[in-house]
Design a binder for this molecule. Structure first.
Ligand code: HEM
Length: 235
């Protein structure tokens, strides 16, 4: 952040959305690791650890991947539906891309609740993510009379799509942790600092700035045991 924190906070992510995000993220990472093991593991781990360990590794990967995949698919759809309103492309998102998210030229670029980059990640999940989930279902349930060619196409679409998403997810994870000071605390505590909101999501900030709360108010709310309020939304 360029300016100092004001200490006033905005609730960006409700407890429900944080739980959903971290469950989807954990499942995604588990599926990526077990999927990579199913695709390439034998070239690495079989030679490294020998047949006995490898047999255990591949059997465990297969069971985890096949059972967690459908759960991931259902939760991904729920997350995408919950976030669709915030991710509708707007004119200012094109400007965001043209200015490289603020890296080209001077000053900050306009962004609503989600900026252009986040919307791109959202729509990649809503397109390629759904293709990977759908092809996964075709592979998981081979008992619907689908032919060998359908299974082969499903296999290719699933592997290529999942590898692409895994690569892009590394960018999302970097930006969500080391890349953007103050972003991760939003997804862990729910709250972001007013300065962060102003600098990264100025249009959202303008719409919800009357809902800021001081750190003292937040501490008092927590001590009083009042339930989790809903995220700041334009009134
Ligand atoms: C360790 C891994 C991850 C970290 C540290 C992380 C971090 C974050 C953070 C900090 C945000 C909030 C950004 C903001 O407030 O503007 C966010 C949003 C989001 N994350 Fe993650 N994330 C991770 C993995 C994932 C994975 C694997 C997925 C999907 C499969 C995912 C999907 C999303 C989506 C859809 C959003 C909302 C973006 C939008 O509304 O456009 N995240 N993530």
């Amino acid at each position: 952040m360029e300016e100092p924190r004001t200490g006033r906070k905005l609730l960006r992510w409700s407890l429900l959305m944080r739980a959903l995000h971290w469950t989807v993220a954990t499942l995604f990472i588990t599926l990526a690791l077990t999927g990579l093991n199913l695709l390439l593991g034998k070239f690495v781990f079989r030679t490294l650890f020998g047949d006995a360990v490898w047999a255990w590794m591949i059997a465990a990967s297969k069971v985890l991947h096949n059972y967690l995949g459908p759960i991931f698919g259902v939760l991904l759809v729920i997350m995408l539906v919950s976030l669709i309103k915030e991710n509708i492309p707007k004119k200012h998102d094109w400007v965001w891309f043209k200015k490289g998210g603020g890296m080209i030229g001077k000053g900050h670029v306009d962004a609503g609740f989600a900026n252009g980059g986040e919307k791109a990640w959202y729509w990649l999940l809503a397109s390629v993510g759904i293709l990977v989930v759908a092809s996964g279902f075709v592979l998981d349930f081979p008992n619907f009379d689908q032919g060998r060619d359908t299974m082969q196409w499903a296999n290719i679409i699933h592997a290529v799509g999942a590898l692409g998403l895994t690569a892009v997810s590394l960018g999302h994870i970097y930006i969500g942790t080391l890349g953007t000071e103050g972003a991760l605390e939003g997804m862990t505590t729910g709250y972001v600092d007013e300065t962060w909101a102003k600098e990264h999501h100025n249009l959202w900030y303008e719409a919800v700035k009357d809902q800021t709360v001081s750190e003292e108010e937040l501490a008092a709310r927590k001590a009083g045991g009042s339930g989790e309020p809903s995220a700041a939304k334009p009134s």
